[in-house]
Design a protein around this ligand. Structure first.
Ligand code: C5P
Length: 252
């Protein structure tokens, strides 16, 4: 498919304008994988195809669940057509089990402690400040979103999480936590945007951390060599295959 002018480039994707429709944008998924604020960087040939496939499967499931998203179509394996929106500079993290940065910030909490309902946290996208935690009050004070919008984001994030948690549970896999982002359409409406792929969540088969299938394998590795990258790719392939079922009408 023909691409319009390049709008932005991230570590794992490039966003282009749509060649003829100004209300749309094109996301091209790259083979890059990074960790530690970009301190660790690798290329895994084939990862972009799997990212495009996983994100399309996830967004089709969310659309079926009645959620408003930016997703339109995935006409090629590495290409996602989306509604053009202005991204909120926020990472919205939903946690069912305590893990990762939550444990670092709450050292008295044991890994795996269950949140009921899932905990929703906000992080400001600010590389220089290492994406700090930000409160709903601060989000409103900075005019990133109104207090009512923060409430709407929180409830939507919980529905996104519940939808994916159910889908993963049907495969015997625990969704531990998930990061999503929101965009604002020209109408002002907030929609679930960006990608949701195997970089975006922790997934533990049988609830066992040691069997994790997600990007944490790459983050945790003490040595990044060909064997590690092949292992990471194999897990991403399995995850993409499992999410193929998310997109079909009767799966969840
Ligand atoms: O590191 P932390 O525990 O806060 O991560 C929570 C969830 O958000 C994890 O599933 C992680 O993969 C995801 N995440 C992400 N992008 C980031 C930070 C976290 O997708 N920049």
């Amino acid at each position: 498919m023909e691409l319009g002018p390049r709008l932005t480039e991230g570590k794992t994707k490039i966003i282009y304008a749509h060649p003829d429709d100004p209300s749309l944008a094109l996301m091209v998924h790259k083979d890059g994988i990074t960790a530690g604020d970009g301190a660790r960087r690798s290329e895994i040939p084939g990862k972009g195809v799997l990212a495009g496939r996983t994100t399309a499967n996830v967004f089709r499931l969310l659309a079926r669940a009645g959620l408003a998203t930016h997703f339109i179509d995935a006409p090629e394996p590495t290409l996602t057509v989306v509604r053009r929106c202005t991204m909120l500079p926020l990472e919205v993290v939903i946690r069912r089990l305590a893990a990762g940065s939550y444990l670092r910030r709450n050292p008295d909490c044991a890994e795996g402690v269950r949140f009921e309902p899932p905990l929703v946290e906000f992080f400001l996208k600010d590389d220089a400040a290492h994406d700090p935690l930000i409160s709903p009050v601060e989000i409103a004070a900075r005019n990133l979103a109104t207090a009512a919008e923060v409430e709407q984001i929180t409830s939507t994030a919980r529905v996104v999480f519940a939808t994916l948690e159910r889908a993963w549970a049907s495969h015997g896999i625990t969704l531990v936590d998930l990061k999503i982002e929101f965009g604002r359409l020209p109408s002002g409406e907030l929609v679930v945007a960006d990608v949701i792929d195997n970089d975006s969540w922790r997934i533990w088969p049988g609830g066992e951390r040691a069997r994790m299938l997600d990007k944490q394998v790459y983050r945790d590795a003490t040595l990044v060599d060909e064997a590690l990258l092949a292992d990471v790719l194999a897990r991403y392939e399995l995850v993409a295959r499992l999410t193929d079922e998310f997109a079909s009408a009767d799966s969840v």
